[in-house]
Design a protein around this ligand. Structure first.
Ligand code: TMP
Length: 255
């Protein structure tokens, strides 16, 4: 499949024109950044793992009726997606206190929250992706009230589905970040659909038994072992064939 010209380069992905109008090719890089790009490292193998893990998760969500931009994986680092107009917000769902909410509200990391909490942040690196309320979103027109409703409803469904999916493989879904886009159909209808990626870069995933972090906090907090942790997530999801203690390392399952 031939990809078109480069449209945009983000911190962890590059977007190209797709082979058909209304499609894009997403290329997953090995670049890891944190703190709005201030911390940077190339971690060999991260892009391949995130491409596979995100594909797997989007497939499972689509099986459950969640509308997404995902069409198909093309190769080890690339996937074909629908082109959408990205809503300039990050939607964060939290089940357990960690990261910025722990700091902001003085909560102990690991404390369960009274219920799942949905937060919105404005996508703006220069401002450090500030937390915003529905009042700001409506007033500045970043999304309309129907879209805010759609994003909350879809995010909570994604949380239920993924909390179950991860619990079944001994992983606690602590929190995660989603992005949504507007899909325009030829008849002028607009639909809010899930976009971007869902991977250990955008989730906090803790081993249920040991509490070990299996996500990007390994990089953010200089814990090391990021590729091993992401590989473990992929292995438990069944994306990588089990190879415990083998000398040759994990094998990516074909397909
Ligand atoms: P936070 O606790 O730092 O606000 O992060 C909440 C969740 O969102 C966590 O799972 C990591 C994810 N996240 C991103 O995917 N991108 C970001 O830029 C940030 C700040 C967090």
């Amino acid at each position: 499949m031939v990809k078109g010209r480069k449209l945009y380069e983000g911190k962890a992905k590059v977007l190209y024109e797709g082979p058909e109008p209304g499609t894009l090719v997403v290329h997953f890089k090995d670049d890891a950044t944190a703190f709005n790009g201030q911390k940077f490292e190339v971690i060999e193998g991260k892009g391949v793992l995130n491409n596979r893990i995100s594909e797997f998760i989007f497939q499972r969500l689509m099986d459950m009726g969640i509308p997404t931009h995902f069409i198909k994986r093309l190769n080890m680092r690339e996937q074909l997606v629908k082109k959408v107009e990205i809503i300039p917000l990050e939607v964060i769902v939290r089940n357990i206190a960690a990261g910025s909410i722990a700091k902001r509200l003085g909560l102990k990391e690991g404390e369960p929250l009274p219920r799942a909490i949905v937060e919105f942040c404005l996508k703006n690196d220069e401002l450090g992706d500030p937390l915003v309320t529905e009042e700001h979103i409506n007033a500045f027109g970043w999304a309309n009230p129907q879209e805010v409703d759609d994003m909350i409803h879809l995010s909570l469904r994604v949380n239920d589905i993924l909390s179950g999916l991860f619990a079944a493989i001994g992983i606690r879904l602590v929190d995660f970040k989603l992005e949504f886009g507007r899909e325009y159909s030829p008849d002028g209808m607009v639909r809010t659909i899930l976009a971007d990626e869902i991977s250990p870069d955008s989730c906090r995933l803790w081993d249920m038994k040991t509490g070990e972090k299996l996500d990007k906090d390994r990089f953010r907090r200089d814990l090391g072992g990021l590729v091993d942790a992401y590989t473990e997530v992929a292995r438990r999801l069944g994306i990588i064939s089990g190879n415990n203690g083998g000398g040759s390392g994990p094998k990516l399952v074909k397909g």
